[in-house]
Structure formats: structure tokens, C-alpha cells
Design a protein around this ligand. Structure first.
Ligand code: C2E
Ligand code: CA
Ligand code: CA
Length: 946
């Protein structure tokens, strides 16, 4: 408040100095000048006035003087006066008197003349005037006058104001002028006074004249005679009074103009002397009256000054307000800020474009910065208090890192986690970082640095910390957040340290389970693939073979599984795993890939011979009899070997090649080992091109259908044919369905093939039926893919109707494994097909994993025993037992049993005795073109034997 007033005052003062002061000086100067001018004018005017009135007075007095002079020269009067009393007789005297009276009378016309008197030497008194009574004369005065006139005769004497000589006159005081009348003696020629002539003049005449003179309120004229006696004064009672003795000398000194105080009033007095008498005519004007005009100027000046002051003050106020108000607002904001009251951060209105506006805008920006800083401080305080709370309550260790001093406060809990007490750990960052596991250190530092650079919203890292024992590591999770100061520099970072060892253990467990087979405890396929990939990653490409991958498949494991149950199967797998683990070297990796497939990765295995030797040793180990559920079982394995070389990029390729070699080994008769070679490679590479070729094959009619007869096991009477696809590629020659069917299944082409075969087979059957073999049936294979086609039943029905074939003459074969893939769906589809009247067969029975239980649910009428069982029935008791069991169960389920791959009579006999219904195989005929196959029709191939 005080500041504001001061500023305003300063403004006013400055404005005064620059505007009012000069004005004041000018005003005072002009006042002075005008005062001087006015005074000069007044005195000039007064002088003029005095002069004119003096002239006027003088004119009157001159008239009087002329009157007296004229009278003096009237001869008869003089003569009369010259006569002595003696010389005069009464008559003369009387006539003289009358004559003089007459003359005098004519002169009394002059205005103001009271009386004219002549006093002769003889003592005669002639008188004309206001009264006729001259009996009472002031003789002393008369004598005095006579004496005075004689002294200066013949001059006219102005006697001034005096008492009337004639006491009887109405006019008591008169202004008198007198002259001695002289006559010249004829004899002596000397002049001698004869009489004294008196003219009494009425001062009232002056009164009439001067009373009209206007000299302002208190100004007046004054006329005095040479003795200082007042002749005229507006106050008539003062007429006759004597002037103050000081005045006359002053008139002399000042040459007629001076100021004098009369009755306490300063008066400007001007005086001129009559040129006829020595009277003084004065004007007396109070100084005050004179100053009145000047004072008006003064008043106007003062008023103007006042107005100017007012304008200046208002202007200054207005100007200062435009400056002071913003300043006051600024001050107010500061006060709010200082006392921490709300509203201090609200921006001020900056409307003007001047420096004040500029200041306000900068101030607003400053406020904003201040608010941001406050906010940051607040946030910091809050987070600080949060940290304190966390510090007290948390199970986590807390650390608080002052980045400026590079000191870290570690909470007790932090230290305790690592096995330390409070005093054992200082506050240097080293206490933390030197304990980080060397393998984790770089990552942790990188995370912290990334956060400090602002690339990560917070710091978070999992790593191991060395415990107090110097051996064990504790898995911890550290989280932290840095705080920046107002310049954006990170000044502090704080966070927590959580013990995550339990979670890490669980994770480890999960990881282990992900990579291991729970049954055998061996690494699983994923692990194995990773192991290969890891090796491939470190492979020296130039140095040829580096390692060997052995792919191992248990021969006929399914048989064990199906006949002895899964528990036994599992036991076998565990024992195989055990034996494989025992026989491996330290760096070898043994894994269970799937079901009965195992694999070994043998580093530093460079020659075929050593790899084969390892394979043989494994086969030896595995073929040692093992006792399962008190049964002695012998296991055999086929092994495919592939060598890791620079040619491989993916682990899967290596596995695939080992698998190919394994397949080859199985094809070569089981229980042997094969090394993947270039020929296999070429073949497998060729398969890649199969797709294109096969598509073309269908379009360009490279496919054929061969027919293999199915005959009654007892009579050998052919009752049907199985339709089997053949591919005669002009590029590659004949390609076995075993080679391309699995491939076509993968690509989906098989559905086209199946339908094509179906169409062909039915056409062929129609032709046979027309030839009279209308009891014949045809079996067509359906792949998994075909089973997924929902239109299949409708298609089949349409075909049968179109060709006029009885539905029962069509047999559709579905492999056991295909049926098991999606059992519910298969059952549904098979039921639809069954509804048409088509016969259904389970193909390759015994190779799948299905239990016999499932069979019951499948709406099938025919069961085909896989040829791998048939092959061994005459040699292997197991195979024989399985075959008999299958036949028995099949019959219980009301199915017809067909044995596949029957090549010998012995096999046929065995099957026949077991009650098998039909056989198929080379014993009767291989698959052949229709025209060759039909030659078997109508024949009975076997004798009837029981
Ligand atoms: P599969 O259905 O089990 O067919 C019987 C296979 O056994 C035929 O092989 C046949 O030539 C062979 N075979 C028959 N008798 C004997 C024998 O006494 N000894 C030996 N060692 N083998 C015998 P193929 O024609 O090579 O067919 C192989 C497989 O290809 C078939 O097995 C079948 O699963 C599939 N296949 C063939 N044609 C088709 C088809 O049109 N569609 C579908 N989906 N699969 C087909
Ligand atoms: Ca078949
Ligand atoms: Ca079969």
C-alpha cells in the first residue's frame, strides 16, 4: 500500500516538476508583469486624472484671478477709492459706493463667488455678496489680509481656505484671494495702495466638482492649500483640517507619487501642484483597490494552477494505476505464494502490449515454472513419504540412491536378505553391484542406465546376488524409479529388492518340465532340438562332420503296449531310457522324442564306423532281456543315423534325415542301423518336388488303379478286390503309394486321389457285375482327409445309384490310426456311410494305438489284420497270439476278419485254423491291372481242408 502511494507521489512530483512548476513560474511571472503593468497603468491614469482635474481647477482659479485683476483695473473704482474721506462728500461717497456696488455686482455672476469685498485705506468697506449685512467684520483677519496683500502688492495673493471676514455670511469658510489696489499719484508718480480687494470663493464649488471623480471604493481626491489646510475632501467635516505634517515632505521627495499608510491603510498617493496657486491636488487610492485587478489575475492564475494540479494529480493517478495495479497484483501473488495460500499460481491478465504487459507475461511464465517446481517438490515429498512408509512396512529390501553423492542407503531388510546385519554393509553403490552375479551384471547396469537416460519408464531387473556365505546366490527382483530435479537432471533413484528365489525355483521347475519327458526323465524333443540348434550355432562349417544324431525306434512296441497294457509299455520305455542313459558318454544328449522314439546327440562323432559302432552297442544293450511284470521281454530297436555338417541350418532337417535313415533301416528288416546317405538325401529332396508332379499326375492321367484279390481263406474263392493306386510317372517311373500317399495326405491331394480311385473302382466293378460276377465287391481306401469331407456319404450314395451298384458291394477301408484321430467324428461319418449300406473295414489293425474297446463303438463289419503280424505268425509266438486274439475278439464283435500280406501256405493254414475269414496277399496275387486281376475270377484256389 505504501509502495503504491509512494509511486503515485513520485509520478505526481515528476509531473509537477515537468509541467506544473514551469506553469507556476510562468504564472508568477505573468502575475508580476501584469501587476506592474496594471500599477503603471493606474498611476498613469491617476496622473492623467489629476492633471485634468488640476487643469480644470486651474481654469476656475484663473477665472477668479482674472476677475480680481479685471476689478483692479476698473478706473472709476480706483478713482473713487483714491479719494480720501475728506475729499468726499456724502453724495460722492454714496454714489461711489453705488457705482462700486454696481460693478462688483456684475462680477458676482461667476459661479462660486461668495462675496467680493474692498477695504479702502480710508476704512470704507465695499461689499457685494451673499449678505448685505457687513456690520460684523473680523477686523483682525481683515487687517492680516491687508497686510499680506500690501507686502506683495500688486501681486494677487491666494490666501487659501480661511474664515469668512464677514461673520454674517452664510458661508463660514471660504477660499480667499486678495490683491492690493494701487493708484499712482499724479504728483509724485508713485503708486500707493488705496484698497484691498477680496474675492471669497465657496469651497463647495470644489466639492461639486471633485465629488464626481471616481477613484474606486476607498479612493478619493484631496486639495490642500500651501499651508496644508484641506480645501477639498469628500468628507466635508475634514475641510479646514490640516494635513498630516509627514505628507507634504513626502510629496516633495517622491515628485508626486508615493505610498503612505493612512489610518493603517496603505494608500497610493499622487499629487500635482496647481499652476495658478501653490495648492496640491492629490489622489489617494488604497493599495488594495489598485491590486484588485491584479488580484483577479492572481486568482485566475491560482485557479488555473489548481486546475492544472488537479489534472496532473488525476492523470498521475490514472497513469500510476496502470502501473501500480499490475505491480500490486504481482505483490499480491507473491504474498499468496509466501503465505502458501491458494491462487498464487493463477496467471495474471496481460492485456496491454507495453512493458507492463511484457512484465506480466514473463511473470506468468515465472509462475508456471514455480508451480511446476512446487509440483515436483510436492511429488518428491509424497514419494519420499511413500518410501518411508514402504521402508517401514515392506517385506522387500529398500534402497535409496543419491546420485549426486553416489551414496546408497540400504534398508535393514535389504541387508538381511543377503545374510548381513545392519552394520556389515556400508552405503557405497559397490555394496550392491559387486554382489551381482557376473553373468547378470551387464544387464542390470544396462537397465539402470537406460532408465536414467529416460528410455525406460522405470528400472526393473531380475538377477542373482551373492549372499554372505560367498557361495550361494539369491534371486532378486529389483525395481526402482529415478527422480529428476527441476533441470531434468536425475538426482535420486530409489526402489526395492524382492526375494524371488521361490518363484525362480518354480520357473526352473516349469522349464525343466517343459524340456523333459515326465515318464523317463529324459530331455524331450524340444530340448533335443535346442541342443542340436545350439551345436549348429557353434559349428565350424569348414570342418565336415561334427556330430552324429541317432534316431531310434523300438520295433513293434505297440504290440507290447496293446497286449500287456500301458503300464507295462511305460515300464519298458523307462528301462530303455535307463539303458540309453547308462550307455551314453558325458557330453551325449539322450532324449525321448515321442512314443517309442528316442534320439541321441553324439558330439565329436566324425566317422561312419564309430557311429555305427555306437548304434550297434546300443542295440546290444537294448536287446538284453528285461523282465516286465514277471514276463521276460526282448526289445529291438532300429536306428537311423545322420551326421551334423555345415549343410544343415535347422535342427529339424537333421532329425528328419535321421528319421529317413531310420525308416530305411526299418524297411531293411528291423533291428538294424542305417546311416543317412546322399541317395536318401536325393530321394527325400525329390519328395519335395512331389507335390507339383503329383498334381500334374492326376491331370495328365499318370495314375492307375491296381486290383488285389481278396479270397475266402478256405476255398481261395475270390469274392472281391482291393483297389490300390499306382503312379506311373514319365519322369520317375513307378512310384510306390507308400512313398506318395503319406505325402499326398500331408498336402491334402489325397482326397482327390481317393475320389478318383473310388470312381475308377466302381466303374470297374460295374463292368464286372455286367459280366456276370455280380457277387463281387471292391474295397477302396479312405485317408484321414477323406474322412473329414462331410459330403463323402452323399457322393458315395450318388455314385452307387448312378452306376446301379448294390451298396453292399462297396467296401470302404479306414486305417486304425486314421479312425482313432478323431474318434467321435469318425464314428458319426461311418454311421452315415453305414446307413447307405456300404460295408466298412478297419485297415492295418494292430498298428494303431487303439485298444480293442474302441472297436465296439466303430460301426465296422470287416477287420483287416496288419501284414506285419501276419508276417511273423509262423515264427513268433507273440505275433501268433496277437493274431489269434484279434480274430477271436473280431468274431465276438461280429466282424469278418481279413488277413493282409499272406504270402505262404503256412500263414494261410494258421489263419484258417484260427478262424480267419479271408486272406489277401501275394499267395493269391499281387495287385495287378484289372484285366490281369479278373483272370482269377471263377477259380477256386485252394483245396478244401479242415
Ligand atoms: P494297404 O491298404 O494296407 O494295402 C495293402 C498293401 O499291402 C499294398 O501295398 C499291397 O501291395 C501290399 N501287399 C499285399 N499283399 C502283400 C504281401 O503278400 N506281401 C507284402 N509284402 N505286401 C503285400 P501298396 O499297394 O504299396 O499300398 C500301400 C498303402 O498305400 C496301402 O496299404 C494303403 O494304405 C495305401 N494306398 C494304396 N492305394 C490307396 C488309395 O487309393 N487310397 C488311399 N487312401 N491309400 C491307398
Ligand atoms: Ca487297404
Ligand atoms: Ca492294410
Amino acid at each position: 500500500m505504501r509502495v503504491r502511494l509512494n509511486l503515485t507521489r513520485k509520478f505526481i512530483a515528476i509531473l509537477m516538476v515537468i509541467s506544473v512548476l514551469p506553469l507556476m513560474i510562468v504564472s508568477v511571472a505573468s502575475y508580476q508583469v501584469s501587476r506592474t503593468v496594471v500599477n503603471d497603468e493606474v498611476s498613469h491614469y491617476t496622473t492623467e486624472l489629476l492633471n485634468s482635474h488640476r487643469d480644470h481647477l486651474d481654469f476656475s482659479l484663473e477665472q477668479l484671478e482674472r476677475l480680481i485683476i479685471n476689478l483692479s483695473s476698473v478706473e472709476p473704482v480706483l478713482q473713487a477709492l483714491g479719494q480720501t474721506e475728506a475729499e468726499m462728500d456724502t453724495y460722492t461717497r454714496l454714489s461711489t459706493q453705488a457705482q462700486i456696488g454696481y460693478i462688483l455686482d456684475s462680477y458676482t455672476d461667476l459661479g462660486g463667488v461668495v462675496s467680493i469685498d474692498i477695504f479702502t485705506e480710508n476704512g470704507v468697506h465695499y461689499h457685494v455678496g451673499d449678505t448685505l449685512n457687513i456690520s460684523n467684520i473680523r477686523t483682525d483677519l481683515r487687517d492680516d489680509i491687508i497686510a499680506q496683500t500690501r507686502a506683495v502688492a500688486p501681486e494677487v495673493v491666494w490666501l487659501g481656505l480661511m474664515e469668512n471676514v464677514n461673520r454674517n455670511s452664510n458661508t463660514r469658510h471660504v477660499v480667499t484671494l486678495a490683491r492690493a489696489l494701487m493708484t499712482v499719484d499724479v504728483g509724485t508718480a508713485q503708486a500707493r495702495p488705496v484698497a484691498t480687494l477680496l474675492v471669497n470663493y465657496d469651497p463647495q464649488m470644489l466639492q461639486k466638482h471633485f465629488n464626481h471623480v471616481d477613484l474606486g471604493t476607498d479612493g478619493f481626491m484631496l486639495v490642500s492649500d500651501s499651508r496644508g489646510q484641506i480645501i477639498y475632501h469628500p468628507q466635508t467635516d475634514l475641510i479646514g483640517a490640516i494635513l498630516h505634517p509627514d505628507l507634504l515632505p513626502l510629496v516633495q521627495e517622491s515628485q508626486g507619487s508615493f505610498t503612505h499608510t493612512i489610518n493603517d491603510q496603505p494608500m497610493v498617493i499622487n499629487a500635482v501642484q496647481s499652476q495658478v496657486t501653490d495648492w496640491l491636488i492629490m489622489s489617494l487610492v488604497p493599495v488594495q483597490t489598485l491590486d484588485q485587478g491584479v488580484q483577479a489575475i492572481g486568482t485566475v492564475t491560482v485557479l488555473a494552477m489548481g486546475l492544472a494540479l488537479l489534472i496532473v494529480a488525476v492523470g498521475a493517478l490514472l497513469v500510476s494505476r496502470s502501473v501500480v495495479n499490475p505491480i500490486r497484483q504481482l505483490t499480491h501473488r507473491f504474498q499468496l505464494y509466501q503465505s502458501d495460500r491458494p491462487g498464487w499460481s493463477e496467471p495474471l491478465k496481460a492485456t496491454s502490449q507495453d512493458e507492463i504487459g511484457e512484465l506480466t507475461r514473463w511473470f506468468n511464465a515465472f509462475l508456471e515454472t514455480l508451480a511446476a517446481r512446487r509440483h515436483a517438490e510436492q511429488a518428491l515429498r509424497e514419494s519420499e513419504s511413500r518410501y518411508v512408509l514402504a521402508l517401514q512396512g515392506a517385506n522387500d529390501g529398500i534402497w535409496d540412491w543419491d546420485l549426486r553423492t553416489q551414496t546408497i542407503h540400504y534398508s535393514l531388510r535389504w541387508k538381511m536378505m543377503l545374510g548381513y546385519g545392519d552394520d556389515a554393509i556400508g552405503n557405497s553403490p559397490d555394496e550392491w553391484f559387486k554382489r551381482i552375479h557376473p553373468a547378470d551384471y551387464d544387464h542390470v547396469r544396462a537397465q539402470i542406465d537406460a532408465h536414467l537416460r529416460g528410455e525406460l519408464p522405470h528400472f526393473e531387473s531380475e538377477y542373482r546376488m551373492l549372499c554372505r556365505d560367498g557361495v550361494t546366490y539369491l534371486w532378486v527382483l529389483a525395481r526402482g524409479m529415478a527422480v529428476a530435479d527441476e533441470h531434468g537432471t536425475m538426482v535420486r533413484m530409489a526402489g526395492s529388492q524382492t526375494d524371488i528365489s521361490i518363484r525362480k525355483q518354480t520357473e526352473e521347475q516349469v522349464r525343466y518340465e517343459l524340456l523333459h519327458d515326465p515318464l523317463t526323465g529324459l530331455p524331450n524333443r524340444t530340448y533335443f532340438v535346442q541342443a542340436i540348434e545350439q551345436m549348429l550355432g557353434h559349428l565350424d562349417l569348414a570342418s565336415g562332420r561334427q556330430a552324429a544324431v541317432l534316431f531310434l525306434d523300438l520295433d513293434r512296441f505297440k504290440v507290447i503296449n496293446d497286449s500287456l497294457g500301458h503300464a507295462a509299455g511305460d515300464e519298458v520305455l523307462r528301462m530303455v531310457a535307463q539303458r540309453l542313459s547308462n550307455s551314453r558318454r558325458f557330453s551325449d544328449v539322450v532324449a525321448r522324442i515321442s512314443g517309442d522314439e528316442f534320439a541321441l546327440l553324439l558330439p565329436e562323432m566324425r566317422s561312419f564306423e564309430s557311429a555305427t559302432r555306437v548304434a550297434e552297442r546300443i542295440q546290444d544293450t537294448l536287446s538284453q532281456p528285461m523282465v516286465i511284470e514277471s514276463l521276460e521281454i526282448t526289445i529291438q530297436a532300429s536306428i537311423g543315423i545322420a551326421f551334423m555338417t555345415g549343410a544343415y541350418i535347422r535342427a529339424e532337417d537333421l532329425l528328419r534325415d535321421a528319421d529317413t535313415a531310420l525308416y530305411q533301416a526299418k524297411a531293411n528288416g528291423r533291428a538294424c542301423a542305417m546311416v543317412f546317405d546322399n541317395e536318401m538325401h536325393t530321394r527325400s529332396m525329390d519328395l519335395l518336388h512331389l507335390d507339383t508332379s503329383l498334381r500334374r499326375a492326376i491331370d495328365e492321367d499318370e495314375l492307375r488303379v491296381f486290383y488285389q484279390p481278396i479270397a475266402d481263406v478256405q476255398t481261395g474263392h475270390v469274392y472281391g478286390f482291393e483297389a490300390l493306386v499306382r503312379w506311373y510317372s514319365w519322369e520317375r517311373g513307378m512310384i510306390s503309394p507308400a512313398e506318395f500317399v503319406p505325402f499326398a495326405e500331408e498336402t491334402g491331394l489325397i482326397t482327390r486321389i481317393d475320389l478318383w480311385v473310388l470312381g475308377r473302382a466302381l466303374t470297374q466293378l460295374q463292368s464286372w457285375h455286367r459280366q456276370g460276377y455280380n457277387h463281387l465287391s471292391v474295397s477302396v481306401n479312405l485317408s484321414v482327409r477323406s474322412l473329414q469331407n462331410p459330403h463323402l456319404p452323399r457322393l458315395v450314395a450318388n455314385l452307387l445309384t448312378a452306376m446301379g451298384l448294390p451298396p453292399t458291394s462297396l467296401h470302404l477301408e479306414v486305417t486304425e490310426s486314421a479312425a482313432m484321430l478323431d474318434i467321435e467324428h469318425t464314428i458319426a461319418l461311418l454311421k452315415e456311410l453305414r446307413a447307405i449300406g456300404v460295408q466298412l473295414a478297419i485297415d492295418d489293425f494292430g498298428t494303431g494305438y487303439s485298444s480293442l474297446g474302441y472297436l465296439r463303438r466303430l460301426p465296422v463289419q470287416i477287420l483287416k489284420i496288419d501284414r506285419s503280424f501276419v508276417r511273423d505268425i509262423t515264427e513268433s509266438k507273440d505275433a501268433a497270439a496277437i493274431a489269434s486274439a484279434v480274430i477271436a475278439i473280431g468274431h465276438i464283435l461280429d466282424m469278418r476278419i481279413v488277413a493282409e500280406g499272406v504270402e505262404t501256405q503256412a500263414q494261410r493254414t494258421f489263419l484258417m485254423h484260427q478262424g480267419c475269414d479271408a486272406i489277401q496277399g501275394y499267395l493269391i496275387s499281387p495287385p495287378q491291372p484289372a484285366e490281369l486281376a479278373e483272370k482269377l475270377l471263377g477259380q477256386t484256389l485252394f483245396e478244401l481242408k479242415r
